[in-house]
Design a protein around this ligand. Structure first.
Ligand code: FES
Length: 150
């Protein structure tokens, strides 16, 4: 795993415009944007930490907390939306008592809501730990969660 300093070095010439690529590189390496990374980026590109937090929280693509043991992605693309993906999200949030950051308190589950997962013909689509499941409904989602909870 690369250190924050190595990630920063790999960017070459640093300007405030380096912020987004640095946040992306950090998230790719660690799975989320760490406090340590924000501090290092702030020093490197001379942008206040508060500005970096503002940018990282503005863009949906960035996470400021680690992912849980099981990552459940519910597609929020149009095809899935019209086939009830919003209801699946609500159901999962209630069932797992997810916090605002999308994680369960025990750290076992994370919910992500990416745009189109590229499998619209089997909407609604979810991806669980990288594996696709189509034609999803609440009962099938419950069965998957039961399996992961064992
Ligand atoms: S809209 Fe969900 S897979 Fe395309």
């Amino acid at each position: 795993m690369q250190t924050i300093a190595e990630l920063i070095d790999a960017q070459g010439e640093l300007t405030p415009a380096s912020l987004i690529p640095l946040l992306q590189a950090t998230q790719k390496e660690y799975g989320y944007v760490t406090d340590q990374a924000i501090a290092g980026i702030s020093r490197a590109i001379k942008v206040p930490r508060s500005t970096i937090y503002g940018v990282a929280t503005f863009y949906n693509q960035f996470r400021l907390v680690p992912l849980g043991e099981h990552v459940i992605e519910i597609c929020r693309g149009t095809a899935c939306h019209v086939r009830g993906s919003g209801l699946l999200c609500d159901h999962l949030r209630r069932r797992l008592k997810l916090q605002k950051n999308g994680n369960s308190r025990d750290g076992r589950f994370s919910l992500l809501t990416p745009a189109c997962l590229g499998a619209c013909s089997i909407a609604s689509v979810i991806r669980v730990n990288g594996e696709f499941h189509g034609n999803m409904d609440e009962n099938r989602l419950d069965a998957l969660i039961d399996e992961l909870s064992r």
